[in-house]
Design a protein around this ligand. Structure first.
Ligand SMILES: Cc1ncc(COP(=O)(O)O)c(C=O)c1O
Length: 396
């Protein structure tokens, strides 16, 4: 059966992770893998998570299955976290299904859409996170692209994006990253979001939001602005939520699919179909991460601890961005990369040629994506100066 299967080349990002692990140099710096790191280069367990996990382990009495749609309190808490003030008014016409991470939620969303509109088209920004394509086509959707990033100005390429949306047939989905865009770090500001959503609403397009970094950009509310604004103008909104980065729950595979429908009857239909789609893929979602997140969000003290830790992580990302900009400026006063401090989240594209990316890795042990995507959290207060000096000669 398997004799015709060819061995695939290693995933480029995971391949870099292996090369990094095997690099014996003490000077090595990993800017490639997309996880948050603290000053010591560790992906920390958040205090609030550790505390909730201890309580959970002390109090749990079973490992029996969760209900198919997931842990009930987690579903309510995550809906409120993402929708904020808008949540109460929308809950009756919304479906909330726990999913295995943001990837699981994206795939489940695609499967759900495919049940309603087989082979529907989803527009992805150019560029976007490379896993969006496989996750959404895997669920039966068809891909198309819209411009997103102006690489010369390092900003959202707004007008070409709006023009592309204007030409898009009604009923098409548009995948929108709510904040901390991966891989560019360039997010629309509030006025730009309003302009995008105005076209989405007028052209009867369906926004499919991916929110994987809530709280790691500006704050929990501003990072969800686009989603909340969309629910005020568009009848149907799909949201894939990931708790991997914002709670540091990566391996616990914690996330949710939220769908705001036209009315309560639609929401019931959506939820039942999503449950059926989930049943055909993995039956029931994993419990541990969701039960931790629900404890944190449902407890005022733990929630305050978590918010503070998350705000600290976001502030650290912003200050590393500023430190990198300043260090580059010191090395190359002729180059202004102030745009990097205006971008948000963990990622930015440095805009380096492929040879420079290779040289940085092979000669200087600085690892980044082949497209020169860097994870800002891979920098630290200790290495930012050295990395900036190595990168500076290659910047345009
Ligand atoms: C833009 C984006 N969406 C979704 C995800 C999914 O995250 P997970 O499946 O680990 O929760 C990621 C993870 O890197 C991401 O960068």
């Amino acid at each position: 059966m398997f004799e015709k299967l060819e061995t695939l080349p290693p995933d480029p990002i995971l391949g870099l992770a292996t090369a990094f692990r095997e690099d014996p140099s003490p000077a090595k710096v990993d800017l490639s893998v997309g996880v948050y790191r603290n000053r010591s280069g560790l992906t920390p367990l958040m205090e609030a998570v550790l505390s909730a996990e201890r309580d959970l382990i002390a109090q749990q009495s079973t490992k029996s299955y969760l209900p198919p749609a997931g842990a009930p309190a987690f579903r309510e808490e995550i809906f409120r976290l993402v929708l904020g003030d808008a949540a109460a008014g929308l809950r009756a016409r919304s479906a909330v299904i726990q999913a295995p991470g943001g990837c699981g939620a994206l795939r489940l969303g695609a499967e759900l859409v495919h049940r309603a509109s087989p082979g529907a088209t989803v527009l992805l920004g150019d560029p976007t996170w490379p896993n969006h394509g496989p996750l959404l086509t895997g669920g039966g959707l068809t891909l198309a692209r819209h411009p997103y990033y102006d690489a010369s100005r390092h900003t959202v390429d707004l007008q070409p994006m709006l023009d592309a949306l204007e030409r898009t047939p009604a009923g098409t989905l548009v995948l929108l990253q709510a904040s901390c865009h991966n891989p560019t770090g360039a997010d629309p500001d509030e006025a730009q979001w309003r302009a995008i959503l105005e076209v989405v609403a007028r052209r009867s397009l369906v926004p499919f939001f991916d929110i994987a970094y809530q709280g790691l950009g500006d704050d929990l509310d501003r990072d969800a602005f686009a989603i909340r604004e969309a629910t005020r103008h568009v009848p149907e909104v799909i949201v894939a939520v990931s708790c991997s980065k914002s709670f540091g729950l990566y391996r616990e595979r914690t996330g949710a699919l939220l769908v705001v429908g036209d009315d309560a009857a639609h929401a019931r239909a959506i939820e039942s179909q999503a449950n059926k789609a989930a049943r055909a893929m993995y039956s029931m979602p994993p419990g541990h991460g969701a039960l931790i997140a629900e404890r944190i969000l449902g407890d005022a003290t733990l929630a305050a601890t978590w918010r503070k830790e998350l705000a600290g992580m976001a502030a650290r990302l912003r200050s590393l961005r500023e430190a990198f900009v300043a260090a580059v400026h010191a090395a190359r006063p002729d180059v202004d990369i102030g745009w990097l401090a205006r971008q948000r989240g963990m990622f930015s594209l440095l805009g380096l040629p492929a040879e420079a990316v290779r040289e940085l890795r092979e000669r200087h042990h600085v690892y980044m994506g082949l497209d020169s995507r860097v994870n800002i959290a891979g920098l630290s207060e200790d290495n930012v100066g050295r990395v900036a000096e190595l990168v500076a000669p290659h910047l345009q």
